[in-house]
Design a protein around this ligand. Structure first.
Ligand code: APR
Length: 409
């Protein structure tokens, strides 16, 4: 670790943020607006950030948070409201207008790369500092408040160096430097492999349904989510170990149509696949989300399976909670928010995880979380509930509960 303290001091900031995804950029914008001196270190080149298609399914509370901080102009102008799910099974299809149930809230569909572009423009427009192609290698001296933490960095020109701060915010995802820098035993890791894999596809084709489509089929799950008027996200359950390029486009479209019962409900609009990736459904939550002056948010803190599209929504929520806590500490010397940050986040994470795992079992006909056969830990045991599509189809109470959990964060 000594070597990682080496290198010239490239700069200092009150808060050094690792990662320019939803978590890092929302955090950076809120801190900038509050006049807090921060810098974002982002491994990727600027161009890559604008092209990386990720999530895009924003909960009502996420929109409220972004609105509260003046970060929602783009999604207000171009986002599409979605409030209906269509489930397709052997016993037919049923539509659930969740936007008129529960709290009567809808999702806003707005491609994440567009949200990231909006957040970046706003952050830089306000004079925010961000360094692209600057990979954080390790965080050191974060253990106690007596030392200022350092982030060793491989800068764009390849030179080693380090940034010093009062706090470091690890928003660099599940495999980033923040998690890697946590000393052994500093946190507990609650990892659960749900034993299911999806082939995630981005098709250059208009949506085929006017709803979020979930098909439960003997051959496996298939999902349909509009992204824009010209691009649609599909998911196809696949065997663990499948490679993204294993199947031809034609085989994939035929399999999607088979599982979504196109013969009964109409064909899918086909097009070329802009992106393919295999996703193993798992959750990976740390507890606590803080180690000294290093704090984690987003996927670095609490990765959930994509079944209920909670990831980006949790990232925005955690970023706002962390920003509030850091502002109180740096502006007013009040560290209560930082002391309570982890517990506040984890209460939301567990609620989101409970529903996300329920949804995974609902869509894959799993009675429980199979994992790799490992026994469920005391952390995961309470999250299990055997779901049933027929109950969802027939019970108004279950539908209200679904609507509240599905859009809630
Ligand atoms: N140094 C600097 N930047 C890094 C490093 C590193 N060592 N490692 C990763 N990064 C950057 C990535 O390039 C990425 O831009 O950190 C950023 C992490 O962004 P996301 O993966 O989007 O994570 P987060 O902001 O937590 O958002 C989480 O958003 O991507 C969606 O649904 C997805 O659940 C996910 C949610």
């Amino acid at each position: 670790m000594e070597s990682q303290r080496a290198g010239a001091v490239l700069g200092t900031a009150d808060v050094v943020i690792l990662g320019a995804g939803p978590a890092g950029l929302v955090l950076g914008n809120i801190l900038r607006t509050a006049g807090i001196d921060c810098v974002i270190l982002e491994r990727a080149a600027r161009a890559e950030l604008h092209t990386r298609a990720r999530a895009g399914f924003l909960a009502a509370n996420t929109v409220r948070i972004l609105d509260r901080h003046g970060l929602a102009d783009g999604l207000r102008r171009h986002g599409q409201q979605h409030g209906t799910c269509e489930f397709r099974t052997d016993s037919g299809r049923f539509r659930l207008d969740y936007g008129s149930l529960g709290r009567r809230e809808r999702h806003t569909v707005y491609p994440q790369q567009d949200l990231v572009a909006d957040l970046l423009a706003r952050y830089e427009g306000a004079g925010g500092r961000i360094l692209f192609a600057s990979e954080a290698l390790a965080v050191t001296d974060a253990d106690t408040d007596r030392t200022r933490p350092s982030v060793s960095v491989r800068a764009e020109d390849g030179r080693p160096g380090r940034w010093q701060g009062r706090y470091v915010a690890g928003c660099d995802g599940r495999h980033g430097a923040a998690r890697r820098s946590l000393p052994p035993g500093a946190v507990r890791r609650h990892h659960l492999d749900l034993g299911v894999s999806w082939l995630g596809l981005l098709a250059e084709a208009p949506p085929s349904l006017d709803a979020i489509g979930y098909a439960v089929h003997a051959r496996g799950f298939a999902g349909h989510m509009a992204r824009t008027a010209e691009v649609t996200r599909y998911y196809l359950q696949c065997a663990r170990g499948t490679a993204a390029g294993d199947r031809s486009d034609e085989w994939i479209w035929d399999e999607l149509e088979l599982r979504m019962r196109a013969a009964e409900h109409g064909p899918l609009h086909r097009g070329r696949f802009l992106q393919r990736m295999v996703i193993d459904l798992e959750s990976d939550v740390l507890e606590p989300l803080r180690h000294g002056s290093l704090l984690l948010a987003g996927d670095a803190a609490s990765l959930l399976s994509p079944s209920a599209a909670k990831g980006a929504n949790l990232a925005v929520l955690e970023a706002e909670l962390l920003a509030d806590a850091l502002i109180a500490a740096l502006r007013h010397g009040s560290t209560g928010g930082l002391d309570g940050y982890s517990a506040r986040c984890l209460a939301h994470v567990r609620q989101a995880q409970r529903f996300s795992q329920w949804m995974t079992r609902l869509l894959h006909g799993l009675p429980h979380a199979p994992g790799r056969g490992e026994p469920l830990s005391p952390y995961h045991e309470p999250l299990q509930k055997r779901p049933c599509l027929d109950t969802l189809r027939t019970s108004p109470a279950e539908q209200d509960w679904f609507a509240e959990q599905y859009v809630g964060i």
